[in-house]
Design a protein around this ligand. Sequence first.
Ligand code: ADP
Length: 159
Amino acid sequence: MIKAIYPGSFDPVTNGHLDIIKRASKFVDVLVVGILDNPNKHCLFTSEERKELIKIVTKDIPNVEVESFYGLLTDFAKEINASLIIRGIRDTNDFAVEFQRSITNKQLNSDIETVCLIADEKNLILSSTAVKEVAIFGGDIDWMVPKEITGYVKEKYNK
Ligand code: ADP
């Protein structure tokens, strides 16, 4: 059985993340979306909220699970018996980061492989940061996030 982890901040989940989730879930038996719960990083959504949002958008994909974690990714992957790490690559900047992370993670646990999926062309410029930059000034984010998520993001800035 192949279990994979797709780690990230997902603050909030975007169309780009969802595309990677859908594609990876087709070639693994179980895909765990791992939300990095870093108390030192300020996020718009709490880890519980980010978890709920991912659960909402993945409710129709039966082999996707959502978990929060804090600490070394390779430790968490081992804890849940995941043998693959899934990451998405939008450009050469992402590649440079993932290239180094992959080698570091291999050093930490040589049993775990990193698989990078190239972003779909319609999601190449999408990021959670861009979603927040547009939403804070009331711009249209419907094209950036799954339709179920739009209201939650707007609500954060209406408070
Ligand atoms: P992190 O802080 O770990 O980069 P993110 O939530 O920003 O967390 O991203 C999680 C993963 O999803 C990373 O591998 C990132 O490159 C990938 N990703 C982010 N946005 C997109 C997108 N638009 N298309 C494909 N992959 C993406």
